[in-house]
Design a protein around this ligand. Structure first.
Ligand code: KG4
Ligand code: ZN
Length: 354
């Protein structure tokens, strides 16, 4: 089954063609990031206007780039937006929620029109579920099939969950952020440190600088931020009661530390970036490993924009060594952040709407 998927939930306008939930024939992403760098964050109205401008060219480019014609017996000479032979595409998929409402509407309306014009079923996909299925992309199930149960930490700018997948259809959110998502906290802390937007990659870069400056980081780390374990007691170790998260207090701690120092130089920035990243990853990974143990997961997955973070990946690898579980993160960096291929993968396991 071959699906043409759309993703427009935030500032990316994305289209992809995915076969059987894993094989990516084309993956095109247009971002309005440059517009949001000026404002230091996404302005919904600006994002939606950019989506409207990009959506048709992005679909056309996806159709043009797709190598689908080489993989089926039919030969399509000019596989572009005008093609008459659309039999190669079985369904349209689109992100329906959650996200910025005006941006989502651009994708869902376009998908419905395409479905109507091309006489194809339209499959609505939850964005978080899409991120989870990014781990299926470019992994041939005949050679490397996913083993359930899977515990997935899906963490990005707009959402932050630990999800238990019992099989391809049954999933349960067992923990989520009560306030900021971790990616949002990365973005806000980067703004406090005057690093730019989006904050995640910049914080990671500065934190790495700090590890080069301080070789014995375990003993010589100067500032250390408190962890919000959300314990039922006041212990400073996680008591295992909840898989939920909270990152807004940590952001306030960073602000206090910055104000205490008056003027920041790059060494301060590197130190604070490291301490912040360390605190976020400590909580994320401790709870993820706790969930994997509790639910006897066969695999641990990382997904979402923050799963691009190398420090997070390293921590998960270190702390899961004794569990003997398979660790996966998306095959390519481009599948960590928002993309339509993940929506095409998730849609393969959904039922088309009547
Ligand atoms: O999945 P995504 O593209 O959009 C949402 O669904 O929100 O994730 C974007 C988020 C941003 O908050 C960005 O700062 C964060 O992912 N991010 C990172 C890294 N790369 C992107 N956070 C930490 N480390 C990174 N390397
Ligand atoms: Zn996302």
């Amino acid at each position: 089954m071959t699906i043409l998927a759309l993703e427009t939930s935030c500032d990316e306008t994305a289209c992809a063609i995915v076969e059987d939930g894993w094989k990516v024939h084309a993956n095109v992403i247009a971002s309005s990031l440059d517009l949001h760098q000026v404002t230091g964050g996404v302005v919904p109205e600006v994002a939606a206007r950019a989506q409207i401008e990009s959506i048709i060219p992005v679909i056309a480019e996806t159709m043009r780039k797709s190598e689908i014609r080489n993989l089926k017996s039919e030969t399509v000479s000019n596989f572009d937006f005008q093609i008459s032979n659309l039999s190669l595409i079985d369904a349209i998929a689109v992100t329906s929620e959650p996200g910025l409402v005006t941006s989502l509407l651009v994708g869902t309306e376009t998908a419905k029109w395409l479905g109507y014009l091309w006489n194809k079923p339209v499959i609505m996909v939850n964005h978080v579920r899409g991120h989870v299925f990014a781990n299926w992309l470019e992994r041939d199930p005949q050679k490397d099939s996913i083993q359930f149960p899977v515990v997935c930490l899906s963490v990005s700018g707009g959402h932050n969950e630990i999800i238990l997948l019992k099989n391809h259809q049954e999933w349960e959110i067992i923990g989520e952020s009560q306030d900021d998502a971790a990616g949002e906290a990365f973005d806000k802390v980067a703004r406090i440190l005057e690093l730019g937007y989006p904050g995640g990659p910049l914080i990671e870069q500065y934190a790495k600088l700090y590890t080069q400056m301080v070789p014995n980081i375990e003993s010589d780390q100067m500032v250390r931020f408190p962890r919000a374990w959300l314990n039922s007691n006041h212990s400073n170790k996680w008591d295992g009661t909840t898989f939920d998260f909270s990152f807004s207090g940590l952001k306030s701690e960073v602000l206090r530390e910055v104000q205490r120092r008056n003027r920041l130089n790059d060494t301060d920035r590197a130190e604070i970036a490291y301490a912040f990243q360390d605190a976020v990853c400590d909580v994320l990974v401790t709870k993820l490993i706790g969930a994997a143990k509790k639910y006897q997961a066969k695999e641990i997955h990382l997904a979402g924009g923050v799963s691009a973070n190398q420090f997070l990946r390293m921590r998960v690898e270190e702390q899961s060594k004794t569990l003997g579980v398979k660790i996966r993160w998306p095959e390519k960096m481009v599948y960590c952040t928002d993309n339509a291929a993940m929506i095409g993968a998730a849609a393969y396991y959904e039922k088309p709407q009547e």
